[in-house]
Design a protein around this ligand. Sequence first.
Ligand code: ZN
Length: 431
Amino acid sequence: MNATNPVRTSPPEAVGDLMSYLDSSASPFHAADNARQRLLTAGFTEVDRRDPWHELPQCGVLVQAGALIAWQLAPEASASTGFRIIGAHTDSPCLRIKPRPDLQRHGWRQLGVEVYGGVLLNSWLDRDLGIAGRVLSHDGHSTLVEIRRPVARVPQLAIHLDRGVNDQGLRLDPQQHLTPVWGSGRAGNGDFESWLAQECSIDAPSWWELCLFDLQPAAVIGADASLLASGRLDNLVSCWAGIDALIAASNAPSTQHHRLIVLNDHEEVGSQSASGASGPLLEQVLERIVTHLGGSRDDLFRSLAHSVCVSADNAHAVHPNYSERHDPEHAPLVNRGPAIKINSNQRYATSAESATIFEQACRDASVPSQVFVSRNNMPCGSTIGPLTATRLGIATVDVGVPQLSMHSARELCGIDDPVHLRDALIAYLSA
Ligand code: ZN
């Protein structure tokens, strides 16, 4: 390793822990449930939205479908004490199984799927796919389901039958070309449902929200073992970093502010849902906490005015084969720390004030940081950050681990950056 390479400091156990979170969180429901389990193990207490909150725990966790909110209240807080918030999202673009999926064509049994979010379609071809999500029985009981063996595959057309593919590019019609095969022979109506019932020991599955996922587990790659390849890096890396930071920081409660993480679902499809960032979940929890502490609506607004949010969602690292797609002065590199994302047109919520807070957290944690601004001639993505800032008026900074292949079935980042993000978030919560 030459002198220009950063010193690799990631503890292998932290990277291993992230990999196990990635592998076990193949759907948003699993991502939220695994986060919940980790917090319960660390001593957090589960709270139900439907219950009255007479006895609000100091360290609480609440799950709603694929979303989660967890908090640690400041000891001796006043009703207007502010929150240090971390936001991330649990969902990733994928293929989802339709309600009536059974298809039979030319000797193949196939599953009808719906495209969820901005999928990089070609990345789903020729992969061994498992199934994960939740299944509801007729009585409304919800069961988490994970079938971790190769069940389905979207086969690519042979080059002999598509001679121009390498010159003219691959064109995929999402309705026609992404339908996976999952067997041969004859399909009957209700085949998938009865197979699912048997696989999950559920008597009568009535409705499901099931994602296909790539079975290849997360792997450390590169001759120097400096890179991490996995599905769903966007945005489970940030979920993992936020959960780990809250648990690590919870050993030393802050007297200055409450700490809270919110992991929303449905970011990849616009966040407009009950468990998405445009929904009322965060707002309701904040209001209920302030009310529980004896606060009025005025106290709630004062608390929000004292609050800050770090919206963590992966960023685009500069791709060595497409470096012209980045602004040369604002192109994040892998393993050089989380990127602070700036967009004057407010696609990102970062302000000079909120950027200062996160940069200081990086300095406190001895973590490098970078800045991302997209090219003026390249539209820029967005995150849950501007939604939180707009809904609640909380100062928000958008940050993220730089990665390649965003929205591919298998993405790539550096192994140091997730740990850098976590350490910066610990410092942010502990300030
Ligand atoms: Zn994302």
